[in-house]
Design a protein around this ligand. Sequence first.
Ligand code: TYD
Length: 234
Amino acid sequence: MAGDTLGRVTGGSGRFITIEGPDGSGKTTQVERLADRLREDGRQVVVTREPGGTRLGEELREILLARHGGVEPTDALTDAFLFEAARRQLVRLVIRPALADGMLVVCGRYSDSTLAYQGFGAGVPRETLRALDTAATGGLRPDLTILLDLPVEDGLARKGPDDTTRFEAEHDVAFHRRVRDGFLALAAAEPDRFLVVDASQSVDAVAREIWVAVEAVLVDAGSEPESPVARIES
Ligand code: TYD
């Protein structure tokens, strides 16, 4: 399987789908719903998340999201390096091998989160972030990115006090508005890659919209579902 200059994986049926969105937009639920639906359809799916998905990535997640103790304060550029280190590990050890095996990869958050949070939100220059990200990922881009969009206040209200990460606790509403607007700007700049979904709808309605877009990517891939035997073994 070869990659073109954009880093899209070409040839074979592997497809890379990311789900993005501000905090509290329901990404985790929708990642799980999508993975279940794909498996019901007989597809072989790898589900992962950022930061995380590898042992180093999960350790970095602890460091990045911990609200108390641990390391001294970090600035947004240091955060970006750490997110990108976790991403590189995930791309090398999990995502690229799975795509090379023709699998579908569904990932909660990816490069767009760094641009939205550390870039639009915290002010690290976007060229710096793009350069770091290209170095980390080798330019691997998703085939489809679902952006779950909803008003900032609604997203933050959905999260309980014990459920907030450092990024929610340390930043004000204006930061989260910049993140949301940043995601929308990224989506507007690449309409072929992004599907923006109104995440204030019911879970079922959001899942249905996502499924329509994912089916289109699968048809585009020309991939057939695996046999029932492969499904049981997957
Ligand atoms: P996440 O697990 O996505 O939580 P939630 O389900 O609450 O959205 O939390 C990851 C946090 O890390 C989230 O606040 C966004 C932040 N983040 C960045 O700031 N930059 C990044 O590159 C990534 C991947 C995440």
